[in-house]
Design a protein around this ligand. Structure first.
Ligand code: SF4
Length: 408
């Protein structure tokens, strides 16, 4: 995998040492068991895979290099470059301005831009409409486009499906930058509709099966279907692609469900299902797969609690939280500062979209066993700070040097 030039402050020598050792011992990434950092009274189980992915490192390298190479120029990001507050704040401090919020609401009007300005397209990519607007102003978008190749892979797959006359069902969060971009790139080639989850997929299937009047589709899926979508014709041949950071098992369940709906509706079998349903199994991003698999590895461990570190609007991180919540008390924090003391932690409740303070989050028993992972947009340095903060609450713990001996 290509090595990127990421600001030193985001790296962690501690985490890099552990990751390098694991890489040496497991070149083909077959082993998803966590790494144990055994400090004695506290034992931290670190997920096998976590932290910056290819697309995030690529976007960070391009963005910081652009700032360095263009002193005095106006530099904008379309919206947050990645969903991590530390990285976005660092760019703001260097003078980068954000044109939109994460939902696409305007923060700075495009009319304020001129041809000589630089606009960086984030890792999620953007819509064809926005690309067109920027080109019309005279802005060179190709030079500062950090769209992740794994997102582009989904667009290419959608295009290939469209060429074979399938409509596209996008499994994603309709307001997320990546899903808006994927919708736009798909809709130009084929009728497209977005579903967020299985419940919406079941409702969509009722239109496929003719169990609901077609007119209801335009109300239920308002804002989430492409222009001119004909619900009676455009749901007869379909394929599913996803926002790359959705829960892999959810996308698979949605695809399997729709496939079965088509089999029943058109009396098909596995041998001729392609007449109505395109096989799109390969649109998952590698980092999503690895990070989620590593959390399944964590869940096989006996532990007292789980801590997941990342931006609160990060889709991939929120799915790691959901997985951990199935088995453990789970605390979703954006940095070590959220661990207020040995007694109290401030964490994000992604179901209520609120911050909560939990008292006595660490059990009295010893050793305390903590599962730890982070999202694909979280710097390793933040995870290291979390480890150090947690360990500091356990007097008489082994030193970091001692614990790290087995990884050196
Ligand atoms: S999570 Fe996957 S698709 Fe998203 S930026 Fe990272 S590598 Fe690219």
């Amino acid at each position: 995998m290509k090595k990127f030039n990421v600001p030193f402050g985001y790296r962690s020598s501690l985490i890099s040492t552990i990751k390098n050792k694991r890489k040496q011992n497991d070149k083909y990434k077959k082993d998803f068991t966590p790494s144990l950092l055994n400090f004695g009274q506290v034992q931290i189980y670190l997920a096998r895979h976590f932290g910056f992915c290819y697309g995030v490192e690529n976007a960070i390298e391009i963005s910081f290099r652009t700032v360095e190479e263009n002193p005095g120029k106006k530099i904008y990001l379309l919206s947050e470059m990645i969903h991590n507050p530390l990285v976005n704040d660092d760019l703001k401090k260097r003078g980068v301005q954000f044109l939109m919020d994460t939902k696409g609401n305007e923060a700075i009007p495009f009319s304020a831009l001129s041809a000589g300005d630089i606009v960086i397209i984030p890792a999620f990519g953007t819509t064809l409409e926005i690309e067109e607007q920027l080109k019309n102003i005279g802005i060179e978008i190709e030079k500062y486009d950090t769209t992740c190749p794994f997102v582009e892979k989904v667009w290419n797959r959608a295009e290939a499906i469209a060429k074979n006359k399938y409509s596209i069902v996008v499994h994603g969060k309709p307001q997320h930058e990546e899903t808006r971009a994927t919708f736009s790139h798909s809709a130009v080639n084929s009728p497209t509709v977005v579903v967020t989850d299985m419940n919406e997929t079941i409702e969509l299937a009722k239109f496929i099966k003719g169990e609901k009047p077609a007119k209801d589709f335009y109300v239920e899926f308002a804002g989430r279907f492409s222009e001119g979508f004909n619900v009676e014709e455009d749901l007869q041949r379909i394929g599913v692609v996803n926002q790359t950071t959705m829960l892999a098992s959810d996308t698979q369940a949605i695809a399997d469900y729709l496939k079965n709906v088509m089999i029943e509706k058109y009396n098909l079998t596995e041998d001729n299902i392609e007449e109505r349903f395109a096989d799109t199994r390969d649109t998952l991003c590698y980092a999503t797969y690895e990070n989620q698999s590593a959390v399944y590895g964590l869940l096989n461990t006996e532990a007292d609690l789980a801590v997941v570190v990342g931006g609160y609007n990060s889709s991939n991180t929120s799915h790691l939280v959901e997985l951990c919540e199935e088995k453990f008390p789970t605390y979703f924090i954006k940095s070590a500062d959220e661990i207020l003391s040995s007694k109290e932690i401030r964490h994000y409740n992604l179901h209520k979209h609120t911050l909560s303070d939990t008292i006595s989050f660490l059990p009295e028993k010893k050793p305390v066993k903590i599962l730890l992972t982070s999202g694909a947009s979280c710097p390793d340095a933040v995870v290291e700070a979390v480890i150090k903060k947690l360990v500091s609450f356990f007097k008489g713990s082994k030193s970091m040097e001692e614990v790290m001996k087995e990884f050196v």
